[in-house]
Write a protein that binds this ligand. Structure first.
Ligand code: SF4
Length: 344
């Protein structure tokens, strides 16, 4: 491992896991893929009887076994990782960080390399990251030294690098609304299709509710919000207008915050390269969907309970779905008119 220079948002160097203080720990309801090498290390580790029992209880076989996904560390019937002991990982505590599977050791960090540029960021699926993104300067990009190798590589041409920089500048423009800035980015990617979607006659709220319902069972918090949304706006869409006004009154800085959250996701996903299977002329759809679902989820959630913590929980729940599933790929396959979600 070399101590190399990495570009990263300002929050990265200050990130520290909340461990047992976390309301919705990443150690819940998540199957962790373990490589063959990590699995062999886990089952042969010399450790206490208690840790050994916990390890035996946690390993399950995936449907398709590969060297990189050889087994899963799976959750128990309570949705908790069997290695978790009062909010702290018993493997980490007893044997140290070196025994953790890579995903547990690195989460929520992402270490990527685009051509010869190394970019480190964190996923907004972690509540601590979202809390840090509430700060104005959290996303200022700087250079730091990191003792890790990149985990994902992207080879792209110079024109694409230039585009990424233009997108970043556009998002940081002061004199436009966030939805207008996203529309500008989308038009650079695929103006013709974006405009066709944007001017379609569909109702943005109904489209967003329909889209969100396609993603139920993503995680507990999001499922609860989805249920609440379909109940609340089922018969009376005008309630949404009232809820939107209330949300914007409670969080007058919502637009700047959403801008940082969306920009953070673009850095995390290496937008517009994201999922390598996704057609790059269609990835703008994922960006519009991210904006629309962020609005819908946060506004409806605020109608249920007005608090800073609830806002953070809703955002991190949504980014479980966006950052840890093939969201951009799925969106580009299942729905055409996500552009109208910019009108929410
Ligand atoms: S979600 Fe974030 S703060 Fe919470 S336990 Fe996981 S890494 Fe730590």
């Amino acid at each position: 491992m070399k101590n190399e220079n990495w570009l990263s948002p300002a929050y990265y160097k200050d990130f520290c896991c909340k461990a047992d203080k976390c309301r919705h720990s990443c150690c819940s309801n998540w199957r962790i893929p373990v490589s063959k090498e990590e699995y062999l290390k886990l089952i042969t580790v010399e450790c206490s009887e208690d840790l050994n029992r916990r390890i035996q209880n946690t390993i399950v076989m995936p449907e398709t076994v590969t060297d990189s996904c050889y087994r899963y560390i799976s959750f128990n019937w309570l949705g908790e990782c069997p290695l978790n002991n009062d909010g702290l990982c018993s493997l980490h505590r007893e044997k140290g960080e070196g025994y953790l599977p890579e995903i547990c050791r690195l989460y929520p960090r992402s270490l990527k390399q685009i051509n010869d540029v190394r970019i480190a960021s964190c996923s907004s699926s972690c509540e601590r990251v979202v809390e840090m993104l509430r700060e104005n300067d959290a996303l200022n990009i700087g250079e730091i030294k990191i003792n890790e190798e990149p985990k994902l590589f992207y080879e792209v041409d110079e024109e694409d690098i230039r585009k990424m920089m233009v997108f970043d500048d556009l998002l940081k423009k002061d004199d436009e609304t966030l939805s207008d800035k996203i529309a500008m980015i989308c038009k650079i990617i695929n103006k013709e299709e974006f405009e066709k979607d944007y001017f379609s006659n569909e109702d943005p709220l109904n489209s967003a509710i329909r889209l969100l319902s396609r993603f139920s069972s993503s995680n507990e918090v999001l499922d609860k919000i989805i249920e609440q949304i379909s109940e609340r706006y089922k018969e009376d869409n005008s309630l949404f207008e009232k809820d939107r006004t209330q949300f914007e009154k409670n969080f007058p800085d919502w637009m700047d915050f959403f801008e940082r959250v969306i920009n953070n996701s673009m850095i995390y996903e290496c937008f517009p390269f994201v999922d390598k299977r996704a057609d790059q002329t269609k990835v703008y759809k994922g960006l519009c969907a991210t904006y629309g679902l962020l609005r819908l989820v946060c506004i409806a959630n605020n109608a249920e309970e007005e608090s800073e913590e609830k806002l953070v929980d809703a955002v991190s729940a949504l980014f479980h779905l966006i950052d840890h599933t093939p969201f951009y790929y799925n969106i580009s396959c299942i729905i055409d008119n996500t552009a109208i979600l910019l009108k929410l």
